[in-house]
Design a protein around this ligand. Structure first.
Ligand code: 5GP
Ligand code: ZN
Length: 140
């Protein structure tokens, strides 16, 4: 896609700090890292987000994910790692070419704050059954 910044990174027309590439995927350093080693993995094919991702693109992308995660872990020995993918502006997506973030986690002061406010009390078993049925009805 001609006006997509990550397509331009993949085709080399704008520079990036490459970590890895194969026939299907490209991994590079995030230009504004949250922590040391913050890496992005993208499909070479332009895909806007997870909703639009063909199965073969997903298969090839995730096939490369452990290699990237293990390389970051071997390099920096973090205590953990978050892999994050934002889909849609409301979810924080700012670049509309699918990308998976690898964010190594070092300690409580590493700058990444993820807070889960669960609503478990609202979602009783009956409610969960209804929600699950609504999702199942939309699988295709
Ligand atoms: P999103 O908010 O869409 O999940 O993440 C987009 C990520 O892309 C951000 O973390 C941002 O720092 C990174 N990013 C945006 N533009 C560029 C760029 O030109 N080069 C690189 N390497 N990363 C970029
Ligand atoms: Zn693109």
């Amino acid at each position: 896609m001609s006006d997509c910044i990550f397509c331009k990174i993949v085709d080399g027309s704008i520079p990036s700090t490459k970590i890895y590439e194969d026939e299907n995927v490209y991994a590079f350093m995030d230009v504004a890292p949250l922590t040391k080693g913050h890496t992005l993995l993208v499909p070479k094919q332009h895909v806007k987000d997870l909703f639009e991702m063909p199965e073969d693109v997903a298969r090839n992308l995730y096939a490369a994910a452990p290699k990237i995660a293990n390389a970051i872990r071997s390099a920096f020995n973090p205590q953990g790692m978050n892999t994050v993918n934002n889909n849609g502006s409301f979810a924080g997506q700012t670049v509309f070419h699918y990308h998976l973030h690898f964010i190594p986690r070092y300690d409580e002061t590493d700058g990444l704050k993820i807070k889960w406010d669960t609503k478990q009390s609202e979602f009783t078993n009956d409610v969960l059954q209804t929600v699950a049925e609504q999702i199942r009805a939309n699988l295709n």
